[in-house]
Ligand binder design. Structure first.
Ligand SMILES: [Zn+2]
Length: 265
């Protein structure tokens, strides 16, 4: 069987703010029988009757490759820890396991994450792995817009669209959430806007002000913008909007795709 690799899976149900069970809690559930496999940096848990071995093999390859890309992205020179990945075959199994239907969820402090994996949903994106690695290297991120922006940015794209181009598209449609609002009330807005928007914004800040500043932002929150850059959030927002103008959004059909999946912008 030819494996189709979807690097940037279409995320509809996002549950990143939700804390799923720890590895230990999950392993204590008697209605799941896990097989395990491992690589240098991950222990994979999967239900042998629901996921075929070739998917597990591909997952191992992609996660290890992605691991090094994530270390580069986060500026970490080496990391010998092992993280737990639960490969869950269906939305229903995911709900039974973590309490809600979602494509992915991470428990960063426990170094554990859950991801949907089946014939139609081969999710080799780096989002959840970015959460757990950032957390184990930098500590817990305190503001959602930063940790989610960082995780979205680790893929460089959202729904296969390059982030700055998609942000320009959303800006042209007047859909972007003002950055001050994104910071204060991230979860009050449509996550199909807030996730790619924060991804583009964080990548802009990383490109313009460097990874060291991103780490401060991650640890201290938005206050670091005024404290360290001596600039207001509105100024940084204008700089970002000027930057994304340079990108091409002409071929983006995000809203059409979103509607096809039964959601709205
Ligand atoms: Zn997330």
């Amino acid at each position: 069987m030819k494996l189709q690799i979807l690097l940037f899976f279409l995320i509809i149900n996002i549950s990143c703010s939700y804390l799923p069970p720890t590895r230990k809690e999950t392993l204590s559930k008697s209605n799941f029988q896990w097989k395990t496999d491992s690589t240098k940096h991950y222990i994979f848990y999967y239900e042998q009757y629901t996921i075929t071995p070739n998917y597990v093999d591909s997952t191992k390859l992609y996660y290890e490759r992605g691991f090094n890309e994530l270390l580069n992205y986060l500026g970490v020179s080496s990391n010998d820890k092992k993280y737990n990945v639960f490969l869950v075959s269906t939305n229903e199994r995911m709900e039974l396991l973590v309490g809600r239907k979602t494509n992915g969820a991470a428990h960063p402090d426990d170094g554990t994450f859950y991801t949907l994996l089946n014939q139609n949903k081969i999710t080799f994106d780096k989002h959840e792995a970015c959460h757990v690695i950032a957390s184990s290297e930098w500590g817990r991120g305190n503001e959602a817009w930063i940790s989610e922006g960082l995780a979205v940015g680790s893929n460089g794209a959202w729904w296969s669209y390059e982030l700055h181009s998609l942000a320009k598209y959303l800006h042209q449609k007047d859909k972007l959430v003002p950055i001050k609002e994104l910071i204060r009330n991230f979860h009050s807005y449509n996550n199909l806007i807030t996730y790619p928007e924060s991804g583009s914004f964080i990548i802009y800040i990383k490109e313009r002000y460097g990874l060291k500043f991103i780490k401060s932002l991650y640890k201290e929150g938005a206050i670091a913008i005024e404290n360290q850059l001596n600039k207001s959030i509105s100024i940084i927002e204008s700089e970002w909007l000027n930057e994304i103008k340079k990108y091409d959004s002409a071929k983006i059909l995000y809203e059409e795709k979103v509607i096809k999946y039964g959601a709205n912008l």
